[in-house]
Design a protein around this ligand. Structure first.
Ligand SMILES: [Mg+2]
Length: 193
């Protein structure tokens, strides 16, 4: 089977990592409750920043956000390793900007994710992910962003949403914990029989 994954906030806890960085850089101590209540992907509002200031903050912090110690979600690394070991193909499709693609790939490898160079795609816009996903003929795709998942609703692959505060309105099957995947594959196998 072919499994495709978004990276940020699907496999790794990037926004929360960035939230801590914002607190540090701005000399604030905004509680994580505010983070968990966010109804949008952007994290700047609890810090009292305008959209424009938030954008600037994000872009000027990008190096630190992307390449320091952002933790993978629990069992994300182990689950993907297990899938690869079972012979499944693992693809990564991230909208991170082109200039960060290769470094991101190396960073993912360092964290222990199973990455094959030719199965790593980056630098597209959210709405362009569908083109790659269709071309690859993925069986499964996992993402956190409503804007991405909504483009895939009519495709034949199985899509899943990684649970986040800003995507709870989606009725797509939901991944709360990465160990849930085992159950999904198990059920699918039984259906085939
Ligand atoms: Mg994402």
């Amino acid at each position: 089977m072919k499994f495709g994954f978004d990276i940020d906030d699907t496999l790794i806890n990037l926004r929360e990592h960035a939230f801590h960085i914002y607190n540090k850089k701005l000399g604030k101590n905004i509680e994580l409750d505010a983070f968990h209540a966010l109804q949008k992907v952007e994290i700047h509002e609890p810090f009292g920043l305008s959209d424009e200031q938030g954008k600037e903050m994000w872009n000027s912090s990008l190096e630190e956000i992307y390449y320091t110690s952002c933790p993978p979600f629990p069992n994300a690394v182990e689950t993907l390793q297990e899938l690869a070991k079972q012979g499944h193909e693992i693809y990564y499709i991230t909208a991170r900007p082109k200039e960060h693609g290769e470094r991101t790939k190396d960073w993912l490898k360092e964290q222990g994710f199973p990455v094959q160079d030719e199965r790593f795609f980056y630098g597209m816009q959210d709405h362009e992910k569908i083109q790659i996903i269709k071309k690859l003929k993925l069986d499964y795709y996992f993402d956190d962003k409503p804007e991405v998942l909504n483009t895939l609703l009519n495709e034949s692959l199985k899509i899943f949403v990684k649970d986040q505060s800003y995507n709870r309105h989606l009725t797509i099957p939901r991944i709360l914990h990465w160990t849930d995947i085992k159950e999904i594959i198990h059920i699918d196998k039984q259906k085939v029989r």
